[in-house]
Design a protein around this ligand. Sequence first.
Ligand SMILES: C[S@@+](CC[C@H](N)C(=O)[O-])C[C@H]1O[C@@H](n2cnc3c(N)ncnc32)[C@H](O)[C@@H]1O
Length: 339
Amino acid sequence: MGLATNLVGPADPEVQLTINLGELPTPAPRERKTTRNPDLHSPLRYPGGKRQLVPFFVDLLKLNGRTPLPLFIEPFTGGAAVSLHLLAADLVDQVVLADLDPLVYAFWHQACYQTEQLVDDIAAADVTLEEWHRLRANPGRTLREKAYACLFLNRTSYSGILQGRAGPIGGQKQQSAYKIDCRFYKDEIIYRLRQIGQLASDNRIAAVRRTGVQTTVKWVEEQFNEVGRLYYFDPPFWEKGERLYRKAFGRREHEQLASLLTGLEAPWVLSYDYHDEIIDLYRESAQNEGHEASDLVPAGGPRLHKTDLLYCNRHKGRGATELIITNLPHLPQEHVSGA
Ligand SMILES: C[S@@+](CC[C@H](N)C(=O)[O-])C[C@H]1O[C@@H](n2cnc3c(N)ncnc32)[C@H](O)[C@@H]1O
């Protein structure tokens, strides 16, 4: 039985969520012959990376369906922070990773299917400003070259930003206390890559795709429509996305995404940087799809919960607000405050 059938239930009222930043939950023991670690961080430092939302997802999955979930889909993969944890903790069986950025796609493809090649390239990397300029000017043509360029530039550029305007860590003159190689922990990166390679050889990566969100959803719905599944959509930021990602979203793309999601019956979760316009957008879109617009809860159709997920941005030392919209019926009460 798929997750989709387990997710039918009474709608909860709109609630506010606060994320707990405690230890990640210990995964239930399962029989798998592997030396894998039950937790896994992404090798990519990603702007907007959602590692801090992991405890929320763990509880959301447990509350709304049986774990392990057969299939988790990230159509905006980036650093795949949530997918990697759920896989490593055996809370999902398989994931689909898709991203429109050719460098990000190349990275995931090689990390999964040509792991040792990428490991060799990272081990041999000359982590210098010259190499940064070489790769920035020309990330290469093959998947191998692009994967290496993606990982190198991600770990040596300011905030992990691959977008063209981001400079090298330590600046062009390298006069800062933090030099270009200060985030390039080769041993740790290689360890994470090998964990990903192990997951791929255990058949835990259902697909890695270089496709836009619309194509990804269409493909998954054709290929896996009998499979219990949950989509996690983490699109480029509403505001300033074009400064962070090589593939960003304009107003039109945000509207198209709203239309796609309000028409999608399979379970999904969407996270955004908080803006009131997004709520208006989803309310209007739900209305266009024939759902009641007053509370985003349609009769007989997918239920849309408007929730505020507050989580702490450790680097800046202050809270950040994340908007979560989902058609799942239940929200984990342990993360809820101010209902
Ligand atoms: C906010 S980031 C995702 C971060 C990710 N959740 C993480 O934890 O690291 C958004 C990603 O969407 C990708 N992207 C932008 N436009 C896209 C599109 N139309 N279809 C698929 N991916 C897209 C960007 O390349 C970027 O990697």
